[in-house]
Design a protein around this ligand. Structure first.
Ligand code: ADP
Length: 416
């Protein structure tokens, strides 16, 4: 049984006391811990022998709590019905006090019946009970109940104090729930990525095998120009398909949360040169200028090389792919608080209406979709995910028909 160590003398709580209580209630991020810690904090702060904090389970219209029975914590669930004290409080969203749970409860409601089974299980004699609804931004999150067996009866002042404490509980419950929802969304995203990876991996083998067969046929059909032309088109399409499968595999790997390579302090200058140079030829083949600027001094960040290759390759290959005339520029520089990688082009740009959606997976801008340029729309989503994982950010400026500039910012590594 929880011990009474309540303060209970002052008329209400001082701000510092409330702050301290909030620290206790919200010290853990899970709702289960918030329920438990809130009950303990209420017992300590009020002249209350026991407290139960319930949260509303909307799907089943129940109240759920963790009850400490002896040394064991047990989950309890009760339906939200007007016949129980906590249920009535939840149904009516009303705070009240009853002087004796076994006595006449009609002053609160004629429908109320006290259920003595918990008392029997706990060898307790509930006498006064206070119930307060825990509300946040107009919604009901739970119910806070304080119980005493004898001696120090609750009064209107106790109820007022419990209402103050309940506001803290509501706040903590709201945040714990939000945190849990976010965590489960993250988990769902991971599961989706894993599913995508398995599915696309399965697709990769037959596509690669068919591509090899088509290559073989193309080789054997040198003497038949008509057949060679058709086979040439087939192999080109299959190359695109293999490329897409690989893009999606990369994205699912990134979203799965696993590092793509070994994480360490990387000097980005030589890496930018190494990977960007690979696109010089493709740019020259389209008649595009290709400018590469990297600082002479080392610029070290914490990253993984495969991940960085993915970032740089995506941005530079897009710049070359979506540019018909003019030039592509890549510039790495050290800034006051980190490094900055800028990839700019004088290409087709992005329509203003599409800009907010550019980092969503599978999204392609309307002008890219209308053009003949192939793509999957997964590259930028992967770039953003991996850059943010290492504490960085990516920004984009683009004007349709004028060009685009992507800027990746990363914090400097510890050794920089
Ligand atoms: P993909 O190029 O395979 O479609 P990405 O995720 O790399 O996928 O890019 C998403 C979309 O962003 C592209 O489809 C295109 O509409 C747009 N985009 C990306 N980079 C550029 C660029 N440099 N210039 C114009 N549009 C771009």
């Amino acid at each position: 049984m929880a011990q009474v160590t309540g303060v209970g003398k002052a008329e209400s709580f001082a701000a510092s006391e409330l702050l301290h209580l909030y620290g206790e209630i919200a010290s853990e991020a899970s709702t289960e811990e918030v329920l438990r810690q809130s009950a303990l904090a209420i017992v300590r702060a009020l002249p209350s022998e026991r407290a139960t904090v319930y949260q509303v389970i909307e799907e089943t219209q129940e109240l759920e709590s963790i009850a400490v029975i002896g040394n064991v914590s047990r989950p309890i669930r009760i339906p939200i019905r007007r016949s129980s004290l906590a249920g009535y409080c939840a149904s009516e969203c009303e705070a009240f006090l009853v002087p004796d749970a076994y006595g006449d409860l009609s002053a609160v409601s004629g429908e109320l019946r006290f259920d003595p089974s918990w008392d029997k299980m706990n060898s307790f004699r509930t006498r006064d009970v206070m119930c307060v609804p825990a509300e946040f931004q107009g919604g009901l999150l739970g119910v806070v109940q304080a119980l005493n067996s004898t001696e120090r009866p609750f009064d209107a002042q106790s109820l007022k104090k419990l209402q103050m404490l309940t506001r803290l509980v509501s706040f903590a419950l709201h945040h714990a729930r939000m945190y849990e929802e976010l965590a489960s969304l993250k988990c769902l995203k991971k599961q989706k990525a894993q599913f995508m990876r398995v599915m696309v991996h399965e697709l990769k083998s037959p596509v690669s095998a068919a591509k090899m067969l088509a290559d073989g046929l193309l080789f054997a059909s040198e003497d038949d120009p008509r057949l060679a032309k058709v086979l040439g088109r087939i192999t080109k399409r299959m190359d695109e398909m293999v490329g897409m499968v690989e893009d999606i595999l990369h994205l699912s790997k990134v979203q799965d949360g696993a590092p793509l390579g070994e994480i360490g302090e990387l000097d980005l200058g030589p890496l930018v040169t190494k990977y960007a140079e690979g696109y010089r030829e493709a740019a020259a083949a389209k008649g595009l200028g290709f400018e590469l600027q990297v600082p002479a001094d080392p610029v070290c960040v914490r990253f993984d090389e495969q991940g960085f290759k993915l970032v740089l390759s995506n941005l530079v290959s897009n710049a070359v792919k979506y540019t018909a005339n003019g030039s592509v520029g890549i510039r790495l520089e050290r800034t006051q608080d980190g490094i900055q990688l800028r990839v700019r082009d004088s290409g087709m740009g992005i329509p203003a209406g599409d800009l907010p959606k550019m980092f969503k997976e599978f999204f392609r801008a309307s002008n890219a979709r209308k053009s003949n340029i192939k793509g999957t729309g997964v590259g930028l989503a992967g770039v953003k995910e991996i850059v943010e994982r290492f504490g960085g950010s990516i920004e984009m400026q683009s004007e349709e028909g004028i060009g685009s500039e992507f800027t990746v910012k990363l914090p400097l590594g510890a050794g920089a």
